[in-house]
Design a protein around this ligand. Structure first.
Ligand code: GDP
Ligand code: IMO
Ligand code: MG
Length: 442
C-alpha cells in the first residue's frame, strides 16, 4: 500500500516568511526596517554575515547599533535567531549582548544561536588584516577587518573550521592546538613575531571555552527550530546583512563580502526552503553609498557626494569610515531586485535629497559604445561603464515630518514613480528619517 505524505505547504496561506534584503552595497537602513516590521512577526532571523554588519535602530530617545544580534531584539515577544550561516565572533557577540542587557534589553529565552555557526578566532582577524592589504593592484577590498572572509574560507575549506558546537566538547583544546599549528606555519612568512605570539594555544582555548560556556544556554539546532516554526505557520522575518551588490557569487567580485548577501542567500543561510519564503522586501537608499574598495559607477567624488555624506551622515556604522556617495543607480537596483526575487521596495533616506536642485538617476550604462541595462559580470567592465543619467527636478521642502505619500512634494512623488518604473517593482514603504514614525506606508 502506498503511504500518503502530507505536504506541510498545503494551504500555504499559513506560511509567512518575509525577508528584508539590501539592494545596494549595504547600509540601506535595513535595521530601521526590520525593527519596524518585527512587531508583526514572531521570529527575526539573522542568517549570513557577521560583525561586519552595523544595523542602526532608533527607538524613542535611544539609538542602538546592532551587529550580530537581530534587530528584532528590541521588540517584546519576538524570538531572535542567529543561524548557522552567520560567522560568530564570540567576544563581539557577548559584548553586544552585555551592552544591550545593560540598557535594559531582555536577552534570554527570546534568543537562540545555531550550534552550526562557524566561529571567528584571533587568527581570522590577523589574516583579514594581513591579506586584505595584499592584493597588489592598488585597490584593496577594504574589509571591515572582522575576520569574516578568513572564517568563511576555513568553513568552505573544512580542515581548520571550528563551529560553536565544538567549543562545548572536551577535545576543543586539541582542535585549537592543531589549528594554531597550521595557521602559524601558514602565516610565519608574512606576519611579525609579535602577531604570531598572539596565537597562543592555551590562552585561546581557555578564553573561547569561557566564552562558549556563556553562549551555551542560547545554542541549539536553529535549522530544525525554523523548519518546525515554518510548518506551524509562525510569522518569520529574515534580516539580510550587507547588500546584494556585495554578494559573493553575484556581486562586484572580488569587492564583495564572503557570504550570499542577496536574496539567493536566504535559504542556504537560514535553512528555510526557498518555496516557503513568500515575500522579499528590497531596501534601497534614495541615492547610493559604498564603503571600501571596488567600482561604483555613479560615485560623486565632488561637492554633491560631500553634500550627501553630510546630510545623510554617511560614515560607517562599524568602522566609521566615510562612505563613498553618489546618485541612485537603477541599473544596479533592477539587477539586484530581480536577483533577490523582490516583491516590493522600501525607499529609505528620501529626506536626505531635500534641497538638491536636480537629481540624477542612472538609467543605463554605456559600455564599448553601446547602451545596456545589464549589470556587468566583470568588475573590469563595471569600471569602464559610463552611467547614462536622467535628470529629475528636486524639491526644496523638508519632508522629514511627512506622514502620507500624497503629502510628499510632487517632485518627490515623481522621483519615486521613476524608481518604480526603472526597477519594475512598487514602492511599498518610504522612509523620511531615522525614527520609526518617520515612515510612510503604502
Ligand atoms: P543598515 O546597515 O542597512 O541597517 O543601515 P545603517 O544603520 O548602517 O545605516 C543607515 C543610517 O541611516 C542609520 O544611521 C540610520 O539611523 C539612518 N536612517 C535610517 N532611515 C533613515 C531615513 O529615512 N532618513 C535619514 N536621514 N536617516 C535614516
Ligand atoms: P550592513 O549589514 C556596508 C563591505 C566592506 C568591504 C566589503 C568586504 O551594515 O549593511 P568584509 O568585512 O565583509 O569582508 O568586507 O564589504 N561591507 C559592508 N559595507 N555595510 C555592511 O553591512 C557591510 N559589510 C561589509 O566595507 O568593502
Ligand atoms: Mg550598516
Amino acid at each position: 500500500m502506498r503511504r500518503i505524505f502530507r505536504d506541510p505547504l498545503m494551504g500555504c496561506s499559513r506560511v509567512s516568511t518575509t525577508c528584508v534584503i539590501g539592494l545596494q552595497w549595504g547600509d540601506e537602513a535595513k535595521g530601521k526596517l526590520v525593527h519596524l516590521l518585527a512587531e508583526q512577526h514572531e521570529i527575526v532571523v539573522r542568517y549570513q554575515g557577521g560583525a561586519n554588519a552595523g544595523h542602526t535602530v532608533v527607538s524613542g530617545t535611544e539609538t542602538y547599533k546592532l551587529s550580530l544580534v537581530p534587530s528584532g531584539i528590541l521588540v517584546p515577544n519576538v524570538r531572535c535567531v542567529i543561524t548557522g550561516g552567520v560567522v560568530l565572533h564570540p567576544p563581539a557577540l557577548l559584548a553586544e549582548m552585555d551592552g544591550l542587557t545593560a540598557r535594559g534589553v531582555q536577552i534570554g529565552e527570546n534568543f537562540m544561536i545555531s550550534d552550526r555557526a562557524h566561529v571567528i578566532f584571533p587568527w581570522h582577524l590577523l589574516e583579514d588584516r594581513l591579506l586584505d592589504s595584499e592584493r597588489g593592484n592598488g585597490e584593496s577590498i577594504g574589509t571591515t577587518q572582522r575576520g569574516i572572509g578568513p572564517c568563511y574560507r576555513d568553513k568552505v575549506g573544512r580542515n581548520h573550521a571550528i563551529r560553536l558546537g565544538d567549543l562545548f566538547r572536551d577535545n576543543f583544546p586539541e582542535q585549537v592546538e592543531r589549528t594554531v599549528a597550521a595557521k602559524r606555519a601558514a602565516l610565519s612568512g608574512i606576519c611579525s613575531g609579535e602577531d604570531l605570539a598572539t596565537l597562543d594555544v592555551a590562552n585561546i582555548a581557555r578564553d573561547y571555552q569561557e566564552l562558549g560556556a556563556r553562549l551555551r544556554p542560547f545554542a541549539g539546532d536553529t535549522t530544525s527550530y525554523l523548519l518546525d516554526a515554518t510548518e506551524s505557520g509562525k510569522r518569520i522575518l529574515c534580516e539580510g546583512a550587507q547588500g546584494a551588490l556585495l554578494d559573493i557569487d553575484h556581486g562586484t567580485f572580488p569587492y564583495v563580502t564572503s557570504s550570499n548577501s542577496s536574496g539567493v542567500g536566504i535559504s542556504n543561510g537560514s535553512g528555510i526552503p526557498g518555496r516557503w519564503i513568500n515575500k522579499v522586501l528590497g531596501v534601497v537608499k534614495a541615492y547610493s553609498t559604498r564603503v571600501g574598495g571596488g567600482p561604483f559607477p555613479t560615485e560623486q567624488d565632488n561637492d554633491i557626494g560631500q553634500q550627501l555624506r553630510d546630510r545623510g551622515n554617511e560614515y560607517g556604522t562599524v568602522t566609521r569610515r566615510p562612505r563613498r556617495c553618489g546618485w541612485l543607480d537603477a541599473v544596479a537596483i533592477r539587477y539586484t531586485a530581480r536577483l533577490s526575487g523582490v516583491n516590493s521596495l522600501a525607499v529609505m533616506l528620501l529626506d536626505v535629497l531635500s534641497g538638491l536642485p536636480e537629481l540624477n538617476i542612472c538609467t543605463s550604462y554605456e559600455l564599448n559604445g553601446e547602451r545596456t541595462r545589464n549589470f556587468p559580470s566583470q568588475v573590469e567592465d563595471l569600471r569602464r561603464v559610463t552611467p547614462v543619467y536622467e535628470t529629475l527636478p528636486g524639491w526644496e521642502e523638508d519632508i522629514s515630518g511627512v506622514k502620507a505619500r500624497s503629502s510628499l512634494p510632487k517632485n518627490a512623488l515623481a522621483y519615486l514613480a521613476r524608481i518604480e518604473e526603472l526597477v519594475g517593482r512598487p514602492v511599498e514603504i518610504i522612509s523620511v528619517g531615522p525614527e520609526r514614525n518617520q515612515t510612510i506606508h503604502g
